[in-house]
Design a protein around this ligand. Structure first.
Ligand code: FES
Ligand code: FES
Length: 164
């Protein structure tokens, strides 16, 4: 099958690659580019494990062809701690025991990250709604919700610390 040239920016770094039109964005990110934080569970848009941000919006990378992402900026969970430090949302999931096996965690964290950008102080209802498309088979959702609430606090503290 003929390959198509595409340009992606992933976690701030540009990539130029030639892909078959049938290849999923999830497979290209995980297998070709090595972003193994992109987890593949159901592969048909149900579990949310493959969640990434595409130009800042939450998408399921198993429901897109890589060629559809040509020219877009993608954020995977690896992009949250490029400074070498865990992002507050990641730290909060550790502090509040928001994961066990960790399979759903990258998708949960990216959905939570996006929610907190728009709603820095979300209600429990807003958190549950934002994470409704991310399934977890391990923890139940109570600790995950607590993790997002904790992340909101950590992010607010970070902003306060940065304020002049
Ligand atoms: S692997 Fe994409 S939604 Fe489940
Ligand atoms: S922590 Fe195992 S699936 Fe969520």
């Amino acid at each position: 099958m003929d390959r198509i040239s595409i340009a992606l920016s992933v976690n701030g770094k540009p990539y130029q690659l030639a892909v078959e039109p049938r290849r999923l964005l999830a497979d290209v990110l995980r297998r070709d580019l090595g972003f193994t934080g992109v987890h593949l569970g159901c592969e048909h848009g149900v579990c949310g494990a493959c969640t990434v941000l595409l130009d800042g919006e939450v998408v399921r990378s198993c429901l897109m062809f890589a060629v559809q992402a040509d020219g877009y900026e993608i954020l995977t969970v690896e992009g949250l701690n490029t400074s070498g430090e865990l992002h507050p949302v990641q730290r909060a999931f550790i502090e509040e025991f928001g994961f066990q096996c960790g399979f759903c965690t990258p998708g949960m964290i990216l959905s939570a990250y996006r929610l907190l950008q728009e709603h820095p102080n979300p209600s429990e209802y807003e958190i549950r709604r934002a994470l409704a498309g991310n399934l977890c088979r391990c923890t139940g959702y109570v600790d995950i919700v607590r993790s997002v609430q904790r992340a909101a606090v950590l992010l607010t503290q970070r902003e306060a610390y940065r304020a002049p």
